[in-house]
Design a protein around this ligand. Structure first.
Ligand SMILES: NC(=O)c1ccc[n+]([C@@H]2O[C@H](COP(=O)([O-])OP(=O)(O)OC[C@H]3O[C@@H](n4cnc5c(N)ncnc54)[C@H](O)[C@@H]3O)[C@@H](O)[C@H]2O)c1
Ligand SMILES: [Zn+2]
Length: 346
């Protein structure tokens, strides 16, 4: 497997971008390999796990909790995992976040590798070393920043990924294009979701480009003092809409759908603040990937949720805006102005 080695502050991470799941046998000694996956991925790809020590956890964000961490740790002890163990998280961001965290604390830290199986995990969640769990409804409240040893990209897993999960991942891809890569936005705008679903080569290339974007941003700012904040484009209001929806409805709003709407608002706010003039291109592109570009939501409630946002300091919010497609900056915006602008565009 072709190995792209990336240096982070404390660790060199191997990216096997055109990797094969089966080839992990060549990089990890079998007796030390402990696979952890969720019930959905396991059910759909059972054959791949034959003969491997595998721990299966329940699927879904609601299980990204300490109880599942305890379950994994007990299973590792029962399987005889020592300090030499290499944990291999196979799944979406829920699995990679949790397995990364367990690896950080099990016997004070063992090695970990990821096989991301959703687009979102491939281009976003599994990269950058942030891991952790939710505490009740509070997302990612406990965790570490700790890099994995390797990531294996095997797009064969995507054959079973449901369509809404593709949309979810493409929201982050379009985000990357918006903040860092105008040429990618152009390419995305000239195709649509089904093109990438059918065209393996194009998909592979697109994923690789997105991995590179996230890697570069994280490498320059591993501990989120500066530029890593740009990855929050669309996420400030997006999270507020996502959480507000969760309070009022039984079913959750898909993260990608929420940030899609957040990006449209952020683009419009960029018009006022930075003279940005390409909102139309962003909106058209989002639509091509099945993403919503407007939605009715409770603005007062969204403002209340944003008051608790980690990016808020004093009466202002660190808000990411676009100068043009491919060029983002963050600015401190007073909450009062933010509210006015959101109301203006609703
Ligand atoms: N650490 C980070 O920097 C970071 C960044 C972004 C998101 N995240 C986290 O990632 C999580 C979201 O990740 P996600 O969207 O991958 O969610 P997920 O892990 O819940 O996966 C989504 C669904 O797809 C299923 N699935 C996974 N792979 C599949 C496949 N190949 N075929 C069929 N079904 C499959 C899963 O079982 C699940 O039901 C959140 O918890 C979020 O906080 C972390
Ligand atoms: Zn996101």
């Amino acid at each position: 497997m072709k190995n792209w080695k990336v240096k982070f502050s404390s660790q060199i991470v191997s990216f096997f971008l055109e990797g094969k799941f089966a080839a992990i046998d060549k990089i990890v000694e079998k007796s030390n390999a402990f696979y952890i996956t969720d019930e959905n991925v396991y059910a759909l790809h059972q054959k791949k796990f034959k003969g491997k020590k595998t721990i299966i956890i329940p699927a879904g964000e609601e299980h990204k909790q300490q109880a599942t961490v305890d379950f994994i740790i007990e299973a590792l002890l029962n399987l005889g995992a020592t300090r030499e163990a290499v944990l291999i998280g196979v799944g979406g961001g829920v699995v990679t976040d949790m397995v990364g965290y367990v690896a950080g604390v099990y016997m004070r830290g063992v090695a970990v590798g990821f096989v991301p199986t959703t687009i979102l995990a491939m281009v976003d969640a599994s990269i950058g070393g942030k891991n952790g769990i939710d505490i009740g409804l509070y997302k990612n409240m406990v965790g570490l920043i700790r890099q994995p040893s390797f990531l294996v990209y095997d797009i064969d897993f995507l054959k079973t990924l449901p369509k809404h999960q593709w949309e979810n991942g493409f929201a982050e891809i379009i985000k990357h294009a918006a903040i860092k890569d105008a040429a990618m936005m152009k390419a995305l705008a000239s195709h649509d979701l089904s093109y990438y679903q059918k065209n393996k080569k194009a998909l592979q290339l697109l994923i690789e480009k997105n991995v590179q974007i996230k890697v570069k941003v994280v490498q320059q700012d591993e501990f989120e003092k500066g530029d890593r904040k740009l990855l929050n484009f669309g996420h400030t209001l997006g999270h507020a809409i996502e959480n507000g929806h969760a309070i009022e409805n039984q079913h959750a709003l898909l993260h990608g759908h929420a940030i899609s709407i957040g990006m449209v608002y952020a683009a419009k706010i960029s018009q006022v603040m930075e003279g940005f003039n390409d909102t139309g291109l962003l909106v058209d592109t989002l639509k091509k990937y099945g993403l919503p570009t407007s939605m009715h939501f409770d603005i007062d409630q969204a403002m209340q949720i944003m008051q608790k946002d980690k990016k808020k300091t004093g009466a202002s919010m660190q808000f990411v805006v676009l100068k043009k497609i491919g060029k983002a900056v963050y600015q401190s915006v007073p909450m009062k102005s933010l509210e006015k602008l959101i109301k203006l565009y609703s």
